[in-house]
Design a protein around this ligand. Structure first.
Ligand code: IMP
Ligand code: MG
Length: 189
C-alpha cells in the first residue's frame, strides 16, 4: 500500500478524499467531550462500550482523558460490508462480556449515519436493566438519520458524505489515518 498518513488527498479508485478534520481538532474536541463526561459521571463508575471496529481509536483517545474509575467493553457489529452505502442490515458479531444490569453505560460510536446501528444496540440493551445509557459519537450525519435515536455527546456534525480515517474505513482500509478525510464529490472523475 502507498503511504497514506500525511497525504493531502487520497485516491481510491475513482474517488478522491480530501482532508476534513485535522488530528489537532479531533484531539481538542475529544478533550472537551471527556471533560464533560468527567463532570457528568462524577462519583459513578461507568462502563464505556465501544462499537467495533470503527470506534477503537476514538475510544482509546477518549478514555485517556477520562479521570473517573471506569470499565471498558465492546460490541462488534457489521453492517456496511465493503461498500460506501449501508447494506441496511446489522448483525451482532460480538456480544458484551460484562453484566450491564445496574450499570451506567456509555456507548461509544465512531459515526452515526442512518442511526440503525444505535437503534440495534438500544434494542439489545433493552433486554437488560442498566441504571442508565447514553451515546457518544465522534461524528454524526444529521441529514442521514432515519431512526429516532438520541446522541447525547457529539464530536462533530458533518454533511452526508462518506468519510475515512481515524478508525473509519473504506473496505476495511484507511482506519490508521490520523485525521479524517471526506469524499470530494467535485473532484470525482
Ligand atoms: P448507521 O447504522 O447507518 O448509523 O451507520 C453506522 C456505521 O456505519 C458506523 O458505525 C460506521 O461503521 C459506518 N459508517 C457510516 N458512515 C460512514 C462513513 O462515512 N465512513 C465510514 N463508515 C461509515
Ligand atoms: Mg461503526
Amino acid at each position: 500500500m502507498d503511504e497514506v498518513n500525511g497525504k493531502e488527498t487520497i485516491k481510491i479508485g475513482n474517488d478522491v478524499f480530501v482532508p476534513y478534520i485535522t488530528e489537532d481538532r479531533i484531539q481538542k474536541r475529544i478533550k472537551e467531550i471527556a471533560d464533560q463526561l468527567n463532570s457528568d459521571y462524577l462519583g459513578r463508575i461507568p462502563v464505556f462500550i465501544g462499537v467495533l471496529n470503527g470506534s477503537f481509536l476514538f475510544l482509546s483517545d477518549l478514555i485517556k482523558n477520562i479521570n473517573l474509575e471506569c470499565e471498558i467493553d465492546f460490541f462488534k457489529l457489521s453492517s456496511y460490508g465493503d461498500e460506501k452505502i449501508s447494506s441496511g442490515k446489522v448483525t451482532l458479531l460480538k456480544e458484551l462480556n460484562c453484566d450491564v444490569n445496574g450499570r451506567d453505560l456509555i456507548i461509544v460510536e465512531d459515526i452515526v449515519d442512518s442511526g440503525l446501528s444505535i437503534k440495534f444496540i438500544e434494542q439489545l440493551i433493552e433486554t437488560h436493566t442498566p441504571a442508565s445509557m447514553r451515546v457518544v459519537s465522534l461524528l454524526v450525519k444529521p441529514k442521514s438519520l432515519k431512526y429516532d435515536v438520541k446522541i447525547d455527546y457529539i464530536g462533530f456534525n458533518i454533511p452526508s458524505e462518506f468519510v475515512i480515517g481515524y478508525g473509519l474505513d473504506y473496505a476495511q482500509k484507511y482506519r490508521n489515518l490520523r485525521s479524517i478525510y471526506i469524499l470530494d464529490e467535485g473532484e470525482s472523475f
